[in-house]
Design a protein around this ligand. Structure first.
Ligand SMILES: [Zn+2]
Length: 212
């Protein structure tokens, strides 16, 4: 079996995506490439996470050709490949339709530094312009706004997070959902205080040493 370790990680975090409430049914998708970045394990298209097995995870090359698996890869394969090809340190991508991040994306609002935990994604989270799901245009729009950050809101669609591994990409998706919730809560009763660039620089520097 190709990429057994990566497939196991994709399956583990797929189940976690469902149990954590970040997606419903078969929504969202996950990918993880091998260290040499010649192949990638991705979730299949349209299969519910609760019945997903190791065999259902699809292995593709970095141009999107299927190498192993009976099912079709996720319909969002274009941005998974493009993001992993964009920056050398990106090996994992997690895409969700989590409620609060998606609500912001539907408003077309970027997420500012209303809480220091946004630092998992960057100093702010930008919104990629809307394009139909599964298209090269959507992938291009995401890549055009991500810069050095680890998260992008997708207008009228959802959230995409990247990382050096799936734990980082998944944790970022959880944190951005949490901060999006806080932002909408605070906006509903007043005007939240936003952390400065310098305050966020200090947080992001501390995060580099967190847990090491
Ligand atoms: Zn989606």
């Amino acid at each position: 079996m190709l990429l057994k370790t990566e497939r196991e990680a994709v399956l583990f975090f797929s189940k976690k995506l469902l149990s954590s409430g970040l997606v419903k049914g078969s929504g969202g998708n996950i990918s993880l490439s091998n260290p040499e970045k010649t192949m990638m394990a991705v979730t299949p298209s349209g299969l519910a996470y609760d019945v997903m097995n190791l065999d259902d995870i699809v292995v593709i090359d970095m141009a999107g050709h299927k190498l192993e698996g009976d099912l079709k890869p996720t319909s969002e394969i274009a941005f998974h490949i493009a993001l992993q090809n964009l920056r050398p340190e990106i090996h994992a991508v997690v895409h969700t339709h989590s409620d609060y991040a998606t609500a912001l994306a539907c408003l077309g609002w970027e997420l500012p530094a209303v809480h220091y935990l946004i630092g998992f994604g960057g100093k702010k989270v930008s919104v990629a312009p809307y394009a139909t799901y599964g298209t090269q245009e959507l992938s291009d729009n995401i890549c055009s706004v991500i810069g050095r950050s680890n998260a992008v809101l997708m207008a009228n669609h959802g959230l995409v997070c990247v990382g050096t591994d799936l734990k980082q990409a998944f944790t970022t998706a959880e944190m951005i959902e949490y901060v999006s919730h806080l932002y909408l809560l605070t906006k509903s009763v007043g005007e939240p205080a936003i952390l400065s660039d310098q305050q966020m620089d200090e947080v992001i520097e501390k995060f580099k040493h967190y847990g090491k």
